[in-house]
Design a protein around this ligand. Structure first.
Ligand code: ZN
Length: 283
């Protein structure tokens, strides 16, 4: 049986994010040769993501991280404005649970494709280009997937499954974990919100990276994807198992917000200029 492979994704990457925590995670990943998937919000308008004053060198920093092959990137929505919706979101590739708030679910094709394309253009203007996508609040519907295809996207980080698979012409790399958890087999994406991450959670990741866990990256999994009938069967079994466990635990509840108390990690924050002088290689 194939050993489990893990990859890390970091959500809500914006000029106003918590840069101290962002660099703390990035240093840890770089030391361990982990290439995380950064979800960049092209034109953030969500005040919840405004943790500190906008860093004017945000785009330059992102370009440098990509150029130096330290990260992979995905477009994370357009403006991250989460509006109430009564529609069911397609988070598990069926008509999934109600999501309370979404940037896209329930909107027309024209509207969705326009906003997705606007976001894509913003990234391109700043010298960043990606075929990877993940939605704010894990929420998308079939119209979103059609809009993504039309806008030229190829791969999505989301959904409950054991292995990458194709759905509506897009390669889905599943996203099932929010902290390192041992599994016997499968491809697991661990979703991290660096704005909220605690020192204990960073410590747990550090310990996990000391184990012989097999680490992969989003784009490596997309490249390696081949349709395998057996993976489809295992995916269906895993989905059933996952929803069974959730049911038993009385879940479908939100992940509790991590405590923001406790000492913050105070790390010197290299500017893109400092990175140019080589400090990025030592993060
Ligand atoms: Zn988000």
């Amino acid at each position: 049986m194939m050993k489990a492979r893990y990859l890390f994704r970091m959500d809500d990457i914006t000029p106003t994010m918590d840069w101290g925590r962002f660099w703390a995670l990035l240093r840890l990943f770089q030391r361990n040769r982990v290439k995380p998937l950064l979800g960049i919000v092209p034109d953030n308008k969500d005040p919840k993501l405004d943790i500190q004053k906008a860093e004017p060198q945000f785009w330059e920093t992102m370009r440098l991280l990509v150029e130096r092959d330290l990260v992979e990137i995905a477009q994370h929505g357009y403006q991250h404005i989460l509006s109430p919706t009564s529609e069911r979101a397609l988070v598990t590739h069926r008509r999934g649970p109600h999501v309370e708030r979404s940037e896209f679910v329930g909107c027309s094709f024209q509207d969705q494709v326009e906003r997705i394309q606007k976001g894509r253009e913003i990234l391109q203007v700043h010298g960043l280009s990606t075929d990877n996508w993940f939605s704010p609040n894990h929420s998308f519907d079939l119209t979103t997937l059609n809009a993504l295809k039309t806008a030229g996207f190829r791969a999505v980080s989301d959904g409950i499954a054991l292995f990458p698979h194709k759905f509506r012409g897009l390669v889905f790399v599943p996203q099932q974990l929010w902290r390192p958890t041992w599994a016997p087999t499968g491809v697991f994406t661990i979703c991290l919100h660096s704005n909220e991450i605690t020192n204990q959670e960073i410590q747990a990741i550090r310990q996990f990276l000391r184990t012989p866990a097999s680490i992969t990256s989003f784009e490596a999994e997309v490249r390696a994807y081949r349709h395998r009938k057996l993976d489809g069967i295992k995916n269906s079994l895993f989905k059933g198992f996952y929803s069974g466990v959730k049911e038993v635990r009385g879940v479908f509840r939100r992940r509790p917000a991590p405590s923001r108390t406790g000492p913050m990690i105070q790390q010197p924050q290299p500017t893109p200029m400092q990175m140019d002088r080589g400090s990025i290689s030592s993060i």
